[in-house]
Design a protein around this ligand. Sequence first.
Ligand code: SAH
Ligand code: SF4
Length: 385
Amino acid sequence: MTALTNLLDFDPQQLTAYCGELGEKPFRAKQLQRWIHQFGASNFDEMTDLAKSLREKLKTRAHILAPAVISDHTSTDGTRKWLVDVGQGNAVETVFIPEENRGTLCISTQAGCAVNCRFCSTGKQGFNRNLTVAEIIGQLWMAEFELRKSKGIEAGPKGERQITNVVMMGMGEPLLNFEPTVTALKLMLDDNAYGLSRRRVTLSTSGVVPMMDKLSQECAVALAVSLHASNDTLRDGLVPLNKKYPLHELMGACQRYLEFAPRDFVTFEYCMLDGVNDSDQHARELIALVKNVPCKFNLIPFNPFPESGLTRSGNMRIKMFAQILLDAGIVTTVRKTRGDDIDAACGQLAGEVKDRTRVQERMQQMSEYQTKFGPNFGKIVEIKK
Ligand code: SAH
Ligand code: SF4
């Protein structure tokens, strides 16, 4: 028997082609896509406006399968975090941050990360594997409909949308898992799926220059760049990818990206590391570095983890650093614990990164589970809705 096709893996064009192979017209693909991504259906029998014959055909060949949720926690400020199983003992995090006028979901694109930034615990895990389209978009699908379910909101077309913004800022470097990430982005933007505007979807990268250019052509969503340093020597030591794509190339890529971007600025993320990158001199150097790139800065107080050997800059230092950037006319925000500053990305990072420090512990837990419950424990299973 051939394996079932996971319909969460398809972007709009691919779903149309798939329906074509089944002898169906393109509008059927649109209907099917709405059932999946707007109504949260995972059962073909629910899809009442599709012909019974098509539903029967689909049942024998396809399924709608998001990665399984291992744990689901809601903090007192409403932030909700899911640990999601992506097989072979790998798990990634998806984080929802509710704010007054929006709900932002932080999505992971890889299990582990090969870039190995000095201050990042995901990098310290090493690279495990790229997530598939179904695993990336499945985080949004799962979260949107779980959130509605918890609030008693119906899954169908009239159900009030819970996730209004998406940030690709979870685990992994999205531009090093380019094709699946772009396919997932296209679904986020498609009117027959999530219909988010390009301004409400932000991708964060450590600076994979050629892929930034490619993204600007294929799916120019809002861009955040993890800068973290004001000169090449410093950045080489913090973000090893800088040796391949140094700052002048990165700044050039940001300028080129802005020609196609939905927003007229790039967000620079800057992790505040005590005594490493947080002096007045660094701030002044930054101003010179970004002088030709319209930008905003998000200063992220470092979330420490044991083996990093780094500490977080003091609050006063962060404030003074921010003031230098502000005085130069650069909009600058500092991530606060409640994520109430203007860029939703900051809040996400807080919750996400904090939890990330426990990933090793959870991996350990997974392997214990597998010893206890057998090697199949944690295999991707269908989420019951
Ligand atoms: N790989 C991408 C996206 C994921 S990381 C990137 O690097 O941009 C999302 C953000 O969290 C990045 O800006 C990253 O530098 C930051 N980050 C990683 N580890 C952190 C830590 N320990 N404390 C604070 N921010 C951290
Ligand atoms: Fe990878 Fe981003 Fe972490 Fe660097 S900061 S190791 S690019 S996830």
